[in-house]
Design a protein around this ligand. Structure first.
Ligand code: GLY
Length: 605
C-alpha cells in the first residue's frame, strides 16, 4: 500500500437565481493528496455492469477546496473504510482470512476503540445495518439506554436551568451497548468467534501503534480528557501525545482480553463491570451493576424504501436516521428531475426537504419501546407528496421565528464514527458508532482503560431547549429509565435494481449525519458522480431549527448565495460538514473513500 498524490480537476459552476438552464462552466486544475490506497482506481472507467450507470464528471465551484476528479481506492474482492487506517487494516486482515463482512466489521469496531478513541468505543453504542448475499437483511440497535436511576429533569439545577452534566462527567453516560451489539451481530451473522475477531484490537492496544496527525490533533483539541484519569495516558507529564508517539494501552488490552475470554459477560459482569461501577462512584455517576447486567441489544427490521428505482436499507428508530433520510428523499423524488448539483434550485429543494423531515424528526420520533412512532406514515410516498405541496419553488418557508437561536453556536465539536465493509460474496455492513461528543463524557474508566459516552445529551434534557447539536426536541425524547435516546445515526445500504449492493454509507456529525449521508446517495444516484467526487462535493445542512441553511465555505457560488438569500433562506457558512466513510460497487470490484475532510483509510484486497 502506498500514499499517493494525484492530479485532480475542478469545474466552476455559476448558476443564476432559479434559472437552472443559465449555468456556465469553466475548468481549473489542482493537485490533492488522498489516503492510503490499494490497486488502481476505476473512478473514470466506464463500468461494464449494466446496473451501474456510467458516471458523469462532477462540477464544483472554483472556490471549493476539494476539487473533483480525485481517485478512490479500488479493491476487486473486499473492502473496509473507516476513520482509522489501522482499524480498516484490521478488518481487511479478517476479510483476507476468509471472514465475512460482519466478522470484519466487528473486528473493525473493536480496533477503532483502540486507534480512534475519540469516537470508536466499547463505552458507547451504535447501529449496524446488514445485507447478506443470501438476501437476508438486519438492523442491530445497540444504542445506549438511560440508567435505571435516571429521571426526566436530572440535568436541571435548582432554578430549572439546564446544566452541562449531560455532556461532561460521570452523570452524562448511558449504559453502553457497543460490546453487546457487536457480539450479537457476530453470533447471528458472522462466521468467526469473538475471540478471533478481537485479536487485531488486542494487539493494537497491547503493542501500541504510532499516533498520526489526526489523532494528535484530536488529543490536543480536547479540554475534557485532562479532567479525568485518561490524562495519564493521553497527556503524559501533562503534555498531549504528539504525532509519532507510540500509544500503548495495557489496561484496554486487558479489558479486550476479558471480552475475548468471557464474551459479553467479560464486559457487563466481572471485573470490567466492577471497574466501571467503581468509576461511577468516584464521580457521582448513577450507573449500576444491575444496569450493565440488564443491557440487551435490539434486532429491528431495517427501513426499506425506494428512491428513483433504487432500494435503500436504513436504520429504524431508536435512530431517527432512516426515517428522516427516507422522508427527505421521498419529498425530493416528487420533483420529476433533480436540479443540477450546486444550483439554487438544488439547494432550495434539498434544504426544503430536510427542513420538513427534521420538523417531524424533532417532534415525533423517539424510542419505539416507549412512545408510539408513526413510522408508516412518515416514510410513505403519499405523505411526501403532501409535504411537497407546502414547498414554494420561489421562496423559503421559515421554520419559525428563531433568529436568536440561529445565532446559537454549537456547544462542542461532535463526534461519532462510521465504517463500511463489503466482502467477496457481496455481504455488506454499514455501522455507525459513537461516544456522542469527542472523547464522550471525558470519563475514562480507571483500571479498564476506556472512555464513556455522553449520550444522555441526545435526550431532550429539557424538552423545547436546544441540545449540544442545537436540536430542539420534544417530550417524545425526554429522559426515562431504560429508554434509548434518539439518535441521528444513519448506516445505509443502497441496492440496485437487481438487489445487489451498490453503496454502503453512513456518517458522523450529529444531525448532519442524516443530511450528509443522504447527499452521498443523491450525488451517486441523481448526479451520477463517482464515489470520490460524491464524497468531495460541497455539502449543505438544514435541521428545521435553527432555521438556517448551513453550507461549506467556498462550496456555494456568490450568485447562488445571493439567489437563496433573495428567496428568504438564512445562510450560515461552516468550515466542514459531516464525516462520511463509503464504499461503492464498480466494474470488477469496489471503490472505497474515507472522509476527505478528516482522516481515515480504505483497505481491501
Ligand atoms: N450521538 C449522535 C447521534 O446519535 O445522533
Amino acid at each position: 500500500m502506498s500514499q499517493s498524490v494525484r492530479r485532480a480537476s475542478a469545474v466552476l459552476v455559476v448558476c443564476h437565481a432559479v434559472a437552472l438552464s443559465a449555468c456556465s462552466y469553466s475548468a481549473s486544475q489542482s493537485s490533492t493528496t488522498m489516503g492510503t490506497s490499494v490497486g488502481a482506481s476505476s473512478a473514470s472507467r466506464a463500468p461494464g455492469d449494466p446496473r451501474i450507470a456510467p458516471r458523469v464528471a462532477a462540477q464544483f465551484p472554483s472556490t471549493w477546496r476539494l476539487p473533483a476528479g480525485a481517485q478512490a481506492t479500488f479493491a476487486p474482492n473486499a473492502m473496509a473504510v473507516s476513520n482509522s487506517m489501522h482499524a480498516s487494516d484490521a478488518a481487511s486482515e479478517i476479510l483476507k482470512r476468509g471472514g465475512n463482512a460482519v466478522d470484519a466489521a466487528v473486528a473493525l469496531g473493536f480496533a477503532l476503540a483502540v486507534t480512534w478513541p475519540e469516537a470508536g468505543n466499547i463505552g458507547g453504542g451504535g447501529y449496524m445495518v446488514i445485507k447478506l448475499a443470501d438476501g437476508r437483511t438486519a438492523a442491530v440497535d445497540y444504542r445506549e439506554i438511560a440508567p435505571k436511576a435516571s429521571s426526566r429533569d436530572m440535568y436541571l439545577d435548582a432554578n430549572g436551568k439546564l446544566t452541562d452534566k449531560s455532556i461532561v462527567g460521570h452523570l452524562a453516560s448511558g449504559v453502553p451497548g457497543a460490546v453487546a451489539g457487536m457480539a450479537h451481530a457476530l453470533e447471528k451473522y458472522g462466521t468467526m468467534s469473538l475471540r478471533e475477531v478481537i485479536q487485531p484490537a488486542i494487539k493494537l492496544a497491547r503493542d501500541g501503534f504510532v499516533v498520526d496527525s489526526a489523532l494528535a490533533s484530536s488529543i490536543r483539541g480536547t479540554d475534557r480528557v485532562p479532567r479525568f484519569d485518561g490524562k495519564t495516558l493521553f497527556f503524559p507529564n501533562g503534555q498531549p501525545l504528539t504525532t509519532g508517539a507510540r500509544l500503548v494501552q495495557p489496561e484496554l488490552a486487558r479489558t479486550l482480553q476479558a471480552i475475548a475470554d468471557n464474551g459479553v459477560q467479560g464486559f457487563y459482569r466481572g471485573w470490567v463491570a466492577d471497574s466501571l461501577v467503581a468509576e461511577m462512584s468516584r464521580g457521582g455517576g448513577i450507573m449500576t451493576r444491575d444496569d450493565l447486567a440488564g443491557y440487551t441489544p435490539r434486532e429491528r427490521t431495517p427501513i426499506r424504501s425506494t428512491y428513483r428505482g433504487f432500494t435503500l436499507l436504513a436504520m429504524p428508530p431508536s435512530s431517527s436516521g432512516g426515517v428522516t433520510m427516507t422522508e427527505s428523499l421521498n419529498i425530493l423524488e416528487t420533483w420529476p428531475r433533480t436540479a443540477p448539483h450546486g444550483s439554487t434550485m438544488w439547494h432550495h429543494s434539498v434544504a426544503s426537504a430536510y427542513q420538513r423531515a427534521f420538523v417531524d424528526r424533532n417532534s415525533k420520533l423517539g424510542d419505539p419501546d416507549f412512545i408510539s412512532v408513526p413510522l408508516e406514515q412518515l416514510i410513505s410516498k403519499s405523505y411526501a407528496r403532501q409535504l411537497r405541496s407546502t414547498v414554494r419553488d420561489d421562496r423559503a418557508t421559515p421554520t419559525r421565528d428563531v433568529d436568536s437561536m440561529m445565532k446559537a453556536p454549537l456547544r462542542e465539536p461532535m463526534n461519532t464514527t462510521h465504517y463500511s465493509v463489503v466482502d467477496r460474496a457481496g455481504n455488506a455492513v454499514a455501522t455507525t458508532t459513537t461516544l456522542n461528543g469527542s472523547w464522550g463524557s471525558g470519563v475514562w474508566v480507571r483500571g479498564a482503560g476506556f472512555f464513556l459516552n455522553n449520550e444522555m445529551d441526545d435526550f431532550a434534557a429539557q424538552p423545547g431547549m436546544p441540545n449540544m447539536f442545537g436540536l430542539v426536541q420534544g417530550e417524545q425524547n425526554a429522559i426515562q429509565p431504560g429508554k434509548r435516546m434518539l439518535s441521528a445515526m444513519s448506516p445505509t445500504i443502497v441496492l440496485d435494481s437487481a438487489s445487489q449492493v451498490l453503496l454502503v454509507v453512513g456518517a458522523a456529525g450529529g444531525p448532519t449525519i442524516i443530511t450528509g449521508t443522504s447527499q452521498i446517495v443523491l450525488n451517486v444516484l441523481d448526479h451520477r458522480m463517482n464515489l470520490a467526487d460524491a464524497m468531495r462535493a460541497p455539502r449543505l445542512h438544514h435541521q428545521a431549527l435553527p432555521d438556517s441553511l448551513r453550507y461549506e465555505t467556498g462550496g456555494m457560488t456568490t450568485a447562488v448565495a445571493d439567489s437563496l438569500r433573495a428567496m428568504g433562506w438564512a445562510l450560515q457558512p461552516v468550515r466542514a460538514l459531516v464525516n462520511v466513510n463509503a464504499i461503492m460497487r464498480v466494474k470488477g470490484g469496489w471503490e472505497g473513500v474515507p472522509e476527505p475532510r478528516r482522516s481515515g483509510g480504505a483497505s481491501g484486497h
